[in-house]
Design a protein around this ligand. Structure first.
Ligand SMILES: [Zn+2]
Length: 414
């Protein structure tokens, strides 16, 4: 009973916090809609600024609706008896196969949550992004992406789920430790194979052709102590006109990937500065730290699950009458985000600290003024708001608000 009350209060509290922050954000953005902030008024026209405001408001409203629907679904699945019904259904079909039944119950619940998200994805792509001119997807592409994602999820997630259920059932007291080892190994393998085997399923990657740009990038990489394992251009423009750049790979060898949309908009100096920022993340070991953090969190989570699985109140408190290993896993997957929601500001603040460090590194290895002009272009072309509500930003944003970030960079530029 106490656990049920804690759960309900947390669902309510996080929903109210979401509502309150979204309301603040929308009001703040609308209040600043009529004027481009002074620091940007040389580079961003009023209509672009207003487009960013309207785009932000539209996305916030959609996100809020989705959050409310997800909270309602979570309550329906747990306290509303949804999971118990799904379990009863599969009991009649797979009574003697606990592992298969577990996989079926978990997949049914996951399918249900993805089905709920689907209309929101559709609306974001074909209504909001379409209206603001970002969408490049067609309906057949959307459907084929959906099928590819589902098949990929089944081929990769299916076996790991079966292994997890088997360990939980048969590996004794320390199953969670074995599962953690399997899970960590699986994640490391995924990180290693993602660029060469998975990303190409969704996008085309071609070697960078521009010789001048190639030379500049090679020089920067050498200066920063990296070796490139190849410079690639990704056809990001086939899906959306938002621009980006990223790195993949381990150790000192990096595969550098540019979105074609980024190359089309930035000049060589700006591209170099953006790259230097990304290299900064590596120099400061942000990527490794993130992986270590994820592994520690999954270690603690699985140990906690090992304990929760044996507590009758964990099931009954969440609307499930029949305790089972798979139900413990499913409840844990569905409910832990509610408990983690309140940690979001800490994660976001840590991430913003990393961004400042990467910016400082970029200012040293390239020119701060080039990073500033690249950022201004990216903000403008991605219609990202320059005037987020400060509290909303502190709670959610992985990147610092544009004005603060650029003010810091300007200080480096002298
Ligand atoms: Zn960054």
């Amino acid at each position: 009973m106490t656990f049920t009350l804690t759960f309900i209060s947390l669902v309510l509290a996080s929903t109210l916090i979401r509502l309150w922050l979204a309301g603040r954000h929308v009001r703040h953005v609308q209040q600043h809609r009529e004027q481009v902030p002074v620091a940007f008024d040389q580079h961003i026209a009023l209509d672009a600024h207003q487009k960013a405001a309207d785009y932000t408001v539209a996305k916030s409203k959609l996100g809020l609706t989705e959050g409310l629907v997800q909270a309602a679904l979570l309550l329906a699945l747990t306290l509303g008896g949804g999971l118990q019904n799904i379990d009863n259904y599969w009991q009649t079909l797979l009574a003697d196969h606990a592992i298969l039944r577990g996989a079926a119950v978990i997949c049914s619940a996951m399918l249900l949550t993805s089905l709920i998200d689907l209309p929101f994805d559709y609306y974001k792509t074909f209504v909001i992004d379409e209206k603001f001119g970002f969408n490049k997807m067609t309906l057949p592409m959307f459907v084929s992406d959906l099928i590819k994602h589902s098949l990929l999820g089944l081929t990769l997630g299916g076996p790991i789920l079966i292994v997890a259920l088997w360990l939980m059932q048969s590996a004794g007291e320390y199953w969670w430790l074995y599962l953690w080892l399997v899970w960590s190994a699986f994640n490391l393998i995924m990180l290693a194979v993602y660029p060469s085997f998975i990303a190409p399923l969704f996008n085309k990657f071609s070697p960078l052709q521009d010789e001048h740009l190639k030379k500049r990038i090679e020089l920067l990489l050498t200066k920063c102590g990296f070796k490139s394992q190849g410079l690639f251009v990704m056809d990001g423009s086939s899906r959306s006109s938002h621009g980006n750049a990223y790195f993949t790979g381990f150790g000192a060898s990096k595969r550098v990937v540019f979105f074609d949309t980024l190359l089309a908009r930035l000049n060589t100096d700006e591209i170099e500065a953006v790259l230097a920022h990304e290299l900064g993340h590596f120099k400061h070991h942000h990527v490794i730290k993130r992986i270590v953090m994820l592994f520690s969190v999954s270690f603690l989570g699985l140990a906690l699950l090992g304990w929760l699985m044996q507590q009758p109140w964990f099931y009954s408190g969440l609307g499930v009458d029949t305790a089972s290993t798979y139900m413990a896993l499913l409840l844990f997957l569905l409910v832990s985000p509610v408990f983690l929601f309140l940690l979001r500001p800490c994660m976001a603040s840590y991430s913003r600290k990393n961004e400042f460090e990467a910016d400082a590194y970029a200012a040293k290895q390239a020119q701060a003024k080039d990073l500033i002009s690249a950022l201004v272009k990216l903000y403008r072309d991605n219609a990202a708001t320059l005037t987020p509500d400060p509290l909303h930003s502190a709670f959610y944003d992985s990147h610092p608000p544009a004005s603060i970030r650029i003010a810091k960079l300007s200080a480096y530029a002298g």
